[in-house]
Design a protein around this ligand. Structure first.
Ligand code: ADP
Length: 243
């Protein structure tokens, strides 16, 4: 259901993605691991055209875009297929929790305000924030703010949710709560691509783990294959270093 073919991206002539081919099935939870600077975030951003790849093809659901001659309209269409959860939450500071979730529904999906509020309250319940609907982001912990970010993505009911290091800005004691929420969503069968340094998440929640280094996919497999029987020396060295 998601298909990337030959994705290339350079910044200032420095190649960051060197021809990525990747297929993600519906309902799959894919974790992307790799050293800092290996191109993980750029790959995530190319998937929804927050960055326009220099070359290659992106397909999400039945929308197919060839990056070399992608129109604005096509890029917007592919962007609407996904929702992103950012490392630094990116919430509207002057909007309440429920308004933050409603915003995307009203603006991107043209949902009526009353329905948007109802749908938002429903997803906020899923992430355990029913008692914080009218709070402002500054009144919440980092973990709670990130749960608003997750609710906002969920509300859009996208084909895929992209998580860009969703717990790396959090104090260690808040990481568990956020991972538990992501895990519960994963169990609902929503397709997810997660860039993370949380090995426990990669091991316990994802169906497939992909290891990137220097702009290429070095190796991919089930968590068992990657954590216990990695074929590539580069993968084994990375895993040894961080565990
Ligand atoms: P990772 O997520 O694996 O840490 P990134 O995809 O963030 O890696 O970055 C890969 C490389 O691309 C890094 O060297 C980074 O400095 C560079 N890079 C990423 N985004 C930009 C940008 N917008 N402009 C210039 N260089 C960038």
């Amino acid at each position: 259901m998601i298909y990337l073919q030959g994705i290339q991206k350079s910044f200032k002539k420095q190649p960051v993605l060197k021809g990525i081919n990747l297929k993600i099935e519906k309902g799959e939870v894919l974790t992307i691991l790799g050293p800092s600077g290996s191109g993980k975030t750029t790959l995530l951003r190319c998937l929804n055209f927050l960055e326009k790849p220099d070359a290659g093809m992106v397909q999400i659901g039945n929308i197919i875009v060839d990056s070399e001659n992608a129109t604005k309209k096509e890029m917007l269409a592919i962007r609407k297929q996904s929702a992103m959860v950012f490392q630094h939450y990116n919430l509207f500071a002057h909007k309440s929790v429920v308004e933050n979730v409603m915003e995307g529904l009203i603006v991107a999906k043209k949902v009526k305000k009353k329905d948007a509020r109802q749908q938002s309250e429903r997803v906020l319940e899923k992430v355990g924030l029913s008692d914080k609907l009218n709070h402002f982001p500054s009144q919440l912990s980092g973990g709670q703010q990130q749960r608003v970010g997750i609710a906002r993505a969920l509300a859009l009911n996208p084909e895929v949710i992209l998580f860009d290091e969703p717990t790396s800005a959090l104090d260690p004691e808040l990481v568990g709560d956020v991972l538990a929420v992501i895990k519960s969503i994963a169990q609902e069968g929503i397709t997810m691509v997660v860039v993370t340094h949380e090995m426990s998440f990669a091991r316990e929640v994802s169906n497939r783990v992909l290891f990137m280094d220097e702009g290429v996919i070095v190796e991919e497999g089930t968590p068992l294959e990657i954590f216990h029987a990695a074929k590539e020396e580069r993968t084994r060295r990375f895993l040894q270093r961080i565990s």
